[in-house]
Design a protein around this ligand. Structure first.
Ligand code: ADP
Ligand code: MG
Length: 291
C-alpha cells in the first residue's frame, strides 16, 4: 500500500495545482537535478499576438487563406492568427485535407489547390523560397514567423510575438536555489527567438536548443538522462515524446494539449511556474520522511 506520507504529499501538491499521476512520480521528482523546458506555451504564455503582416497581393485575401488553414490547428501561433483575423472580421476560407506537421506548420487545400503555412523548414519542404529580401525584416526579427504559400510560391508572412509567463523567471530562479544543477530550453522555434526569450529568462546561450523537431527533443532528453535525473516540462503535441522519454514528464495542464497531458507523469494545473520548485521541495521532504 502507498505510505500515508506519500498520499498526504500528493493531496497537498494537488491543492497547489500540481497533479501527480502516482507516488512513483513524486519519488522520482525528488531526485531530479536537470530540467528541460519547452518554450512556446511553457516558458511563454502561448498567448501570442500578430505584430506584422506582409502579403504579396491583397491583405484580406491572404488573411482569409491563412485563417482557413490555422482554423484547424491547436498550436499557439494558430490561436494568435485566429484571434487577429477574427477581430478584423476576416472570413476564413474553407479548407479540406488539412494536416498538421509538428514543429513546421500546417498543410491543406482550397478549391484551387494545396496551401501551406509554417516556418522556413516548411517552406523548404514545399520548395518555396521564403528567405528572400522581401521577407528579410521578418527573418531579422526575433519573433516567430509564419509564411503562407501555395505550392512553391510564397504569398506572404506574418510575425507573431509571445512573452514570458510572469512567473517563469522566478520559477527558474527557485529551481536553481533548490539545487537544480542544469536548466535548458528546447524549442522548435528558430534560434533568434529562443535566444531572445532565453536572455530575458537568464539562460546561457549554450543551454538554448532551437530549431528542434519532436524527435530532436527526445534525443536531447536522452542525452541528459545519461548525466542525471531529468524532468521535461512541455505543453504541445510536439512535446509528447519528450515528456514520455524524461524521467519525469510535466505537462502544462491549463492550456496544454491533451496528448501532452496523457504522456506526462505530472500535470501543472496552475500557470505559476514557482509551483514546480515547491513540488520538488515537497517531494524531497516526503522522501526524507518515508526513509
Ligand atoms: P515549441 O517547441 O517552441 O513549442 P513547436 O515545435 O510547436 O514550438 O513549433 C515550432 C515552429 O513551427 C513554430 O515556431 C512555428 O514557426 C512552426 N509551426 C508549428 N505549428 C504551426 C502552425 N499551426 N502554423 C504555423 N506555423 C507553425
Ligand atoms: Mg510548446
Amino acid at each position: 500500500s502507498v505510505p500515508a506520507a506519500i498520499l498526504s504529499a500528493l493531496a497537498s501538491a494537488a491543492r497547489g495545482g500540481v497533479l501527480f499521476k502516482g507516488g512513483a512520480a513524486l519519488e522520482t521528482l525528488a531526485e531530479v537535478d536537470t530540467f528541460a523546458f519547452d518554450k512556446t506555451g511553457t516558458l511563454t504564455t502561448g498567448k501570442a499576438e500578430v505584430t506584422r503582416i506582409v502579403a504579396r497581393d491583397d491583405d484580406a485575401a491572404f488573411l482569409a487563406l491563412l485563417a482557413g488553414l490555422e482554423a484547424q490547428s491547436e498550436h499557439p501561433v494558430a490561436e494568435a492568427i485566429r484571434r487577429h483575423t477574427q477581430a478584423r472580421g476576416v472570413v476564413p476560407t474553407t479548407m479540406r485535407d488539412v494536416q498538421s506537421i509538428p514543429s513546421e506548420g500546417i498543410v491543406g487545400a482550397d478549391t484551387e489547390g494545396t496551401l501551406w503555412a509554417g516556418n522556413l523548414r516548411m517552406a523548404a519542404r514545399m520548395g518555396a523560397p521564403a528567405d528572400t529580401p522581401e521577407f528579410s525584416r521578418f527573418a531579422e526579427s526575433a519573433q516567430t514567423v509564419v509564411y503562407l504559400g501555395r505550392g512553391s510560391q510564397v504569398l506572404g508572412a506574418v510575425s507573431v510575438a509571445d512573452r514570458p509567463r510572469e512567473t517563469s523567471a522566478a520559477g527558474l530562479a527557485a529551481l536553481k536555489a533548490e539545487g537544480v544543477t542544469t536548466i535548458v530550453m528546447m524549442t522548435g522555434d528558430r534560434r533568434a527567438v529562443g535566444l531572445r526569450m532565453g536572455a530575458a529568462l537568464g539562460f546561457a546561450p549554450a543551454d538554448i536548443h532551437a530549431d528542434l523537431l519532436p524527435q530532436d527533443k527526445v534525443r536531447l532528453v536522452g542525452e541528459l538522462t545519461g548525466r542525471g535525473r531529468v524532468a521535461f516540462v512541455g505543453d504541445g503535441v510536439n512535446d509528447a515524446a519528450a515528456l514520455a522519454r524524461a524521467d519525469v514528464g510535466i505537462a502544462m495542464g491549463a492550456a496544454g494539449s491533451e496528448v501532452a497531458l496523457q504522456a506526462a507523469d505530472i500535470a501543472l494545473l496552475s500557470d505559476d511556474m514557482q509551483r514546480l520548485a515547491a513540488a520538488r521541495r515537497l517531494a524531497r521532504r516526503t522522501r526524507r520522511i518515508i526513509r
